[in-house]
Ligand binder design. Structure first.
Ligand SMILES: [Zn+2]
Length: 114
């Protein structure tokens, strides 16, 4: 994990609990868009990182149903999706936009889900 201390502190402040289950323990940084082969540091940004519990982090990779949900909720982004696409907090039942400076702002559900 190569996330800088600064970005790590930003997302720790923003994400007090797992975006999936609301857990506050064993949280790890998860990349919405995979860094892929090159491992670009450009993707180690607050908009591309979510803190999720270790369990969910693993299930997004191993369970196809959970991976599909994770894409709908903006937890995972295919390469053509926009980094500014909103993210769903499943424990709060609220959509958020993530800002470049490490904040999150409530927003409406995205039109592609309506
Ligand atoms: Zn969780």
């Amino acid at each position: 994990m190569t996330v800088s201390d600064r970005v790590r502190r930003q997302i720790e402040k923003r994400d007090s609990h797992c975006w999936h289950c609301g857990a506050t323990d064993n949280l790890v940084p998860h990349h919405r868009r995979n860094r892929g082969m090159g491992g670009s540091k450009l993707l180690d940004t607050p908009q591309n990182l979510l803190r999720v519990c270790n369990t969910y982090n693993g299930l997004m990779e191993s369970d196809p149903v959970i991976a599909t949900d994770a894409r709908e909720f903006g937890h995972k982004l295919q390469s053509w999706r926009d980094i500014s696409d909103p993210v769903f907090d499943q424990s709060e039942l609220t959509w958020y936009k993530l800002t470049e400076d490490g904040d999150r702002v409530k927003t409406d559900a995205p039109s592609y889900l309506i």
